[in-house]
Design a protein around this ligand. Structure first.
Ligand code: TXA
Ligand code: MG
Length: 357
């Protein structure tokens, strides 16, 4: 298959370009498109044959359910059999935006979309390209992140092509995504509702509207690794062995410096992925190490700007992993706001190698 790449203005998408992608969707083809969180790999959610192509293209196990994207909150009842008041309140407050809500499903949603679960995950994205695409296609769009299974989610069309060129019919290139991390998932099929995945909408924001939402993710690193049903086998696995440091900034920096020294002395090629402040603090140590071996460093945003840290995280992770380092040492930015989602993604990439300091 040849992948067609169509450039599109993220602010004012050309209707002729969107119509080309929308007609591909209606014809049962795969279309990758930008959302405000990450790029999605879309298919007509009501067409089981089209949905099957998503799993094949990604190499994703059929046991991992997909998010169904709808154009506006009015389409909720097309897909969900029951919408509790608290779910409606959350949707009204934060849609369109980086929020996904799990509700009991209607029979017209194919079982392949929900991996046989009686519930469906629903999201109204705010990105103009995504919204125009759904409106023109006239169907709900099932879309996981547009990466190969176990790769970091794509925040640019180049990331999508690196993973899926030749496996997707159309890629809409609307430039880099704004938020950079996937949506926050809240499950309303249980009481009290549970945050299944931290993401672009913070827990603090959710609690201003629905205070009863609970999460296991702020009870320590064990719980941070907890994931939504179907996500158990899924984590971002860089080629290099990633270790995550979690604690006060000064102590993380000390430990990273010490471990970088030990590893470099053993002949390992070390990469450091950290917010800018940590890399500045590490600079004298890195200068000393340069005499022994090369250490790759990549910043992701800043401790004082969590939005930028989230936006840059996946691109920096892909980038540092492509430099053929054997080890990546990563520092976290705390648990406030978007820090929780950053910590979750890095914990999964670390696959259990989390050093509490
Ligand atoms: O920001 C996002 O959410 C992006 C963009 C493209 O919208 N999408 C995304 O999809 O991150 P994906 O497939 O990478 O992650 C969706 C996760 C799945 O791994 C699955 O565990 C969970 O949502 N999920 C979907 N349906 C579910 C259900 N019925 N019950 C529990 N979890 C569900
Ligand atoms: Mg994904």
């Amino acid at each position: 298959m040849t992948t067609r790449v169509l450039s599109v203005d993220p602010e004012q998408p050309d209707p002729a370009v969107i119509e080309e992608a929308a007609s591909a969707l209606r014809a049962g083809k795969l279309v990758a498109f930008p959302t405000e969180t990450v790029y999605g790999l879309g298919a007509n959610a009501l067409d089981p044959a089209a949905v099957a192509k998503i799993f094949a293209a990604k190499g994703r196990p059929a046991t991992d359910p997909l998010i169904v994207h709808i154009a506006h909150i009015g389409q909720l009842s097309l897909c969900a059999s029951h919408v509790p008041l608290a779910a409606r309140k959350l949707g009204l407050a934060f849609w369109a935006g980086p929020l996904t809500i799990i509700l009991p499903k209607k029979p017209q949603i194919p079982d392949s979309v929900t991996a046989g679960l009686p519930s469906v995950a629903l999201r109204v994205p705010s990105h103009r390209v995504a919204r125009a695409l759904m409106e023109m296609a006239g169907v709900p769009v099932a879309a996981p992140s547009a990466n190969r299974f176990s790769r970091p989610s794509p925040t640019t069309a180049a990331h999508v092509l690196a993973d899926l060129e030749g496996r997707v019919d159309v890629v809409l290139d609307g430039g880099p995504t704004d938020i950079g991390l996937e949506s926050t998932i809240v499950d309303f099929t249980v009481d009290p509702p549970v945050m299944r995945r931290p993401g672009g909408l913070t827990l603090e924001q959710i609690h201003t509207v629905v205070p009863e939402v609970v999460t296991m993710t702020h009870q320590g690193s064990e719980a941070v690794a907890q994931v939504a049903p179907g996500q158990l086998t899924r984590h971002y696995s860089p080629r290099a062995e990633l270790t995550l440091y979690d604690g006060a900034a000064e102590r993380m920096i000390e430990r990273v410096a010490a471990d970088a020294r030990t590893l470099t002395a053993q002949g390992a090629r070390v990469g450091i992925l950290a917010p800018e402040e940590d890399l500045i603090a590490l600079a004298p140590e890195l200068a000393a190490l340069a005499a022994v071996g090369r250490v790759e460093v990549r910043p992701y945003g800043s401790r004082s700007d969590h939005a930028r840290a989230a936006r840059e995280l996946f691109a920096s992770l892909r980038d540092i992993d492509s430099t053929n380092v054997t080890h990546i040492l990563a520092t976290s930015i705390g648990r406030d706001g978007l820090g929780l989602a950053v910590l979750d993604r890095l914990s999964r990439a670390a696959d259990g190698r989390v050093r509490k300091v």
